[in-house]
Design a protein around this ligand. Sequence first.
Ligand code: NAD
Ligand code: UDP
Length: 316
Amino acid sequence: MEKNIGRILITGGAGFLGSHLSEALLAKDADILCTDNFFSGSKDNIRHLFQHPYFELIRHDVTHPFFAEVDKIYHLACPASPIHYQYNAIKTIKTSVLGTIHMLGLAKRTKARILLASTSEVYGDPKVHPQAETYWGHVNPIGVRSCYDEGKRVAETLMMDYHRQNRVDIRIARIFNTYGPRMAVQDGRVVSNFIVQALKGNPITVYGEGTQTRSFCYVSDMISGLIDLMENQDVTGPINLGNPEECTILDLAERIIRLCNSSSRIIHKPLPQDDPVQRCPDIALAQEKLGWQPEVGLEHGLKQTIAYFQEKLSHI
Ligand code: NAD
Ligand code: UDP
């Protein structure tokens, strides 16, 4: 990877992925401008970067226009946990749609390359398994998850239309479930929920029977995939980034109980509406075009994440 990779804007830079991306890009001598409205992110995620001479933070809500001279834009701003994105569904749609329009306008004006953090949710409750980029998805357009799913689908449409119509240099990453240190204790996604519950000795809340599957990618793998995609000269995407190691939610719960050496028991709660039954990325395209594939297995990644939460909970 070359050094001096330019002036980089990261929207949602104080979030889970944004904070790790900021760190990784600073290590490559980038000049980082991080924006965030702190809805689901936190200054605590990036506080250790405040003294870095090439890191700037601006409080900004991406539903409003933003002007700056930049070379690359990683557009991550959007709540990602179901409890967060359903908290204010209209705001979530505005964030995806208006936010992406504003960032594409900025990319068009400055001729910056822009990467959208899209999601496996564009495949909805998939009828094709594993999911390849050629699959158009099976999404409920009027359900409780649609503010997020359809918001990201429109964001992808906007990316493609600005690319076709205005020649904006785009990258679309379809991110599958990613976990790791700096997920918020109250994030609500399954890995952080189960680890916090197991460490506290509380019941592990499996929604439904726990037979639904997900494929979990460790954060360091995801960050390298995002940077590889941004730095690639040829690939616009959409391109799947994720770990194809698939497991049931019940299996995840049992593993986390074992790795935490916890006495927690499993309880079942109602399955949320439109919860996808199965999800696993086909990453052949990322392997072929980017030479990228995940390196960190679930067991190792969970151990790292558990160690983070152990430390975090000891201060609460
Ligand atoms: P996160 O909630 O930790 O980070 C999102 C960040 O965006 C937060 O810091 C939040 O405060 C900020 N934000 C939200 N609305 C905003 C707005 N209107 N203006 C400015 N900032 C705003 O979640 P994450 O896991 O880091 O996700 C980052 C991106 O990656 C999101 O776009 C998400 O959709 C995408 N993604 C993540 C995953 C995953 O498993 N982590 C999977 C698929 C897609
Ligand atoms: N889930 C669960 N218990 C929890 C949180 C989530 O059983 O405490 C389930 C959820 O129903 C889904 C899976 O775990 O089937 C992944 O949920 P998450 O919110 O992490 O992400 P999603 O992939 O659904 O967006």
